[in-house]
Design a protein around this ligand. Sequence first.
Ligand code: PA5
Length: 424
Amino acid sequence: MIKFNCEGAGRPDISTLTEAIEALKTLKSKSGEGAEFTGWMELPGDYPKTEEYKAVKEVAAEIREKAQVLIVIGIGGSYLGARAAIEMLKSSRHNQEPGNPQVYFLGNGLDAFDIYQVLRLCEDKSVYVNVISKSGTTLEPALGFRIIREYMYSRYSAEECKQRIIATTDKAKGVLKGLADEVGYRTFVVPDDIGGRYSVLTPVGLLPMAAAGIDIDKVMDAAAKAQAEYSRESSDNPALLYAAVRETGYRRGKTVEIQSYPGESMRFMAEWWKQLYGESEGKGRKGIFPASCQITADLHSLGQFIQDGEPIIQESMVRFEEPAAKLEVKATEANEDGLNYVAGKDMNQVLLAAQKGTMEAHIAGGVPVMEIVLERPDEATFGEMVLFYEIACGISCYMQKVNPFNQPGVEDYKKNMFRLLGKK
Ligand code: PA5
C-alpha cells in the first residue's frame, strides 16, 4: 500500500482534517455535487465480474496476437490513464520492445507531423485501432479518427476494418456510437456514471493496457483493496491525509502543487494526475494548480524556481521503495572522471540521494514537501495509485466546495475554435 509521509510539510490543521473527513463522508454517501458521476468508486470490485470485462480481455488477446501496432485515439481522460499505465509498467520505450504490439497515442492534439510519423511507422505492419471518446463528439479524436479511418480503409477491406477498429464510447449517444453501429465496429461502453478523467479502470484504459501486455486482473484486484483502504474515515488514511495536508498548504498561500517524480517512465502518471486535479479542482476562481517536475531532469530547469522563486509552491514527491531495474556503478582504476566515490553503489541509491537532497533543499527553501512512497512499479501499485489519487481528489474538491466531476471551463476554447473554423 502507498505510504504518505508529511514530515516535510507538517501535519494538517485539526480543523482541515475534520473537514477532510466530512468531505470523504460526502463522497462516499454520494450526497455532494456531481454525485451521479461517482461510479468509479464501486468499479474495481464490480467490473471484473461482468461479461464486458471478459470481452475486454478477449479483444486485447486478439490484438496481441494479430496486431503489430495499436493506434489509440483519444484525448484527456480518454487516453492519459492508459498511457500512464503503459509507460509506468512497460517503460517509456515500450514501443522498442519486441513481442508486444507497439502502441501509439493519437487524437490528443492537432499535430499533423505526429500523425504523419505514426502512419509512416505503420507501413507494412498489421494495425488495429481503438478510438475512445465518451461524448463521441470531441474534435481532436474525431478528426484523428477520420484521418486514421481513411488510412485503414486504404489498407484493408471494409470487412477487415470492422474487425480491426474498436470503439469505446457512450452506450447510446454521440456521433462515434452512431458511426460504430452503422458500420458494425465492435464497441465498449464508458459507463454513464463515470466521467473521462475517472475512467481509467473502465474499457477506456483497460483495453489498451491489456493489449500492451499489462495484467489487468492484478490492477483491478489492487484497486479494489485500495478502494476499501482509502475510504476509511480515519486520520491515518493516507489519501485523506494527503488531501488535508495539501489543503492546509493551499490555505497558507501554497497555490501550486508540484508533483516530482523519479524518472521518465512516471512522466505520464504525473500527466494523468495533473489532468485529474486540474479539471476537477480549478473552478470558481479556486484550486491548487497542478504541475510536475522530473527528478532530476527538471531540477536543471524548474529547480531554481521551486527553491528560490515566488513562494507559492508545495510539493508531493513520488518515490519507489523497490526499483524496476538495478544498475551498479563500477569503479575504474584511473578514476579518470573522478566518479569513484559512487562506485559500488546502485543507480537507485544515487537517485534516492538526489531525491532526499532535493527534499531537504526545498524544505529549507520554504517549500512544504509531502512524500508519496510506492512499493514498486507494478500492476498492484498502479491500481492503488488510481484509487488513492481519485479519492483524495474527490475529498479536496468537496473541501473547496467545487464539483469534482464537471469541467465547464473547457468549453470556452472549443466555442472560439469552432467559430474560427466556421462550424454552424
Ligand atoms: O475528464 C474529462 O472528462 C475530459 O478530460 C475528457 O476525458 C476529454 O475531454 C475527452 O472527452 P471525450 O472522451 O468525450 O472525447
